[in-house]
Design a protein. Sequence first.
Lengths: 375, 375
Amino acid sequence: MEYRPEIPGSQRTLHPDDPALHLVGDSAAIEEVRSLIRYAAATTIPVMITGPSGCGKEVVAKSLHRCSERAGEKFVGVNCGAIPRDLLESELFGHEKGSFTGAIAQRIGQFEDASKGTLFLDEIGDMPFDMQVKLLRVLEEKQIERVGSTGAIPIDTRIISATHQNLDQAITEKRFREDLFYRLSVFPIDIPPLKERRDDIAPLIHHFIQQIGGEAIYFTAEAMEILENYAWPGNARELRNIIERAVLLFPGMMISASQVSTLFRRRASNAPTYQADSLPSRFPGAPEARPFMDQSDRRGTLGGGFDLKKHLMQEERKYLLSALRMAEGVVAEAAHLVSLRRTTFVEKMRRHKIERKMALGDPRSGLVAGSIRSE
Amino acid sequence: MEYRPEIPGSQRTLHPDDPALHLVGDSAAIEEVRSLIRYAAATTIPVMITGPSGCGKEVVAKSLHRCSERAGEKFVGVNCGAIPRDLLESELFGHEKGSFTGAIAQRIGQFEDASKGTLFLDEIGDMPFDMQVKLLRVLEEKQIERVGSTGAIPIDTRIISATHQNLDQAITEKRFREDLFYRLSVFPIDIPPLKERRDDIAPLIHHFIQQIGGEAIYFTAEAMEILENYAWPGNARELRNIIERAVLLFPGMMISASQVSTLFRRRASNAPTYQADSLPSRFPGAPEARPFMDQSDRRGTLGGGFDLKKHLMQEERKYLLSALRMAEGVVAEAAHLVSLRRTTFVEKMRRHKIERKMALGDPRSGLVAGSIRSE
DNA sequence: ATTAGACCGCCAATATTTTGACGGCCAATT
DNA sequence: AATTGGCCGTCAAAATATTGGCGGTCTAAT
């Protein structure tokens, strides 16, 4: 059994250690994105990534970068929407010392910084109209001028841009230059919103749990169902937030459906969850009626939908049943298995309405775990 | 955001709906097997699958069949080791009516049955030596003769064989014909034992849980660790058995490390787990000493390693902490969240040595789950 | 500075759970 | 047929948990 054949031509060509594969998810959409990334990575044509907020456009951009020949070079990201309009030019192209108030020293722009590498222009749709012109010229001339400088510097930067806006519309509304659009969007990659690729949700959750670290968390089937069917208006970013929250709140725990819903609910910061009935505690009518209990103690099942006592009961029940099954119906042994005294076990059985026969599923069932005979 | 580009040449060539991909696992070994399957599936050369018992040789064979052009045709499996020696010939080649005692009617052999399709000869290493000769002739002549018949029937059957034996050794010991071996093993596929591809264990577990159906089960990280580090002498088959057992014993539950170990332990069918000390209950020395309690009640932590009470306490503790964190340290609200009265909650906190401040991890933490602003 | 509301901890009364001990049943042995 | 060993179910007493109330602290508004 030691001969491992060498089959010619069956080399590992299908799964090179391809960074595009590091994208999380198996949905058709993600597979498509992977294909597109592989394709685009072999070139240096400008790529535009579109998709709603938080769906991971930057992740895709980075993946593309790492798939490309420039993987060893820098990947520089600029959020065109986040940078104040008057700083953007200097941010992108740099400036010479003293070129404007506050320009204390010379500064290298991101274009230059990313030379030989990849420049990621995020939220390109938010770029001011006049900057669009300058950007276009840079792209066409393949060289930049620092602000306040006269000399041009040739650049060799791969451009990936991204936006969550509908640029078609922006163009119609004259907020975005059509010529720039065509320059940037030679190779478009669209990422559908998370809700259109439900298959990715489970893998993403798994990924985020790993990534966040700390004690792992688990979701029941129903909990997963909720997560998979939520609309995720904030896409992967929102999902990550929820998972972060879950890891924080329920470390090492199995998270149930009802708990998932509390993950979505924001704690009503001050005003407690009380129903609108707490006011007339000393109201004329029926003054002594209610026994005036501590207002903070309010009973009833009106909890966060979660009932600890009930949960513990269920948990106990499950274990009693399991133990009984393991012991094949022998109460004394079942009790022993869960470190209870027999009588206690019996009591609990009565309370839970568990009968011995409930454990005796199939007396046959030749489940002999350890004994493996030759095939 | 509606433009989904059509990129020429980026067609889905990488992931055809390839049945080889249905093999479970991502280990290098399984990937290798997948490659070999794809390669072999394009041909009709004889494939021999080797690997230890229970590692899924038949699964691989079926996958290969379904990858091949014969996917639409029959896949017939014969366990050469399981069929009594004198029936094997008739089983494989069929017989004519009355050709031997008991041959009441004519019977089509598996070779014929699998014509145009694939014949899977499992445990070929156990085939009687004289049958090996007959098999070899059939393979060379590409035609069979039913037992008791004179006419030959041409066949077009793809042969996949498998064995867990070391055929090299069998050949040395003259138990297996070398010429037949070379005939069958033109394209060998070896499947390493499960313990050498730990990476596959988790996917396999997942797969089996799905396949078995019923309420899902979950494993804690430590439980998974045990499962992943067990030696699995029975390979995938044993793993499946254990998972079946687990699904039966712990439906819908999170399975802990200690419970996993009980999965491996076989219930000592009759002789109960007791220590060897139950006999001298009325022994001369110290006759009244021990309070003579119900023998079946034996206390102490000597359970199956699992302590239900402790477990429930831990469970409670986890939820108390979670609730307190959710309520950002406000006990009354935390109590409310788990449907307990505040005072009860406080009591429990005291018992569990939980303090309010333990919940106040970081008062900052702008975890605003729902609010997703534009990127 | 006072007041009101939201919370907290502690306590005695009440409710539930766990324990130990018994007596009975059943099947295998003597 | 009687005995033994292994189990089962029930009961009263002891151990624990939960409840309702109260008095007090702290903060924010009056």
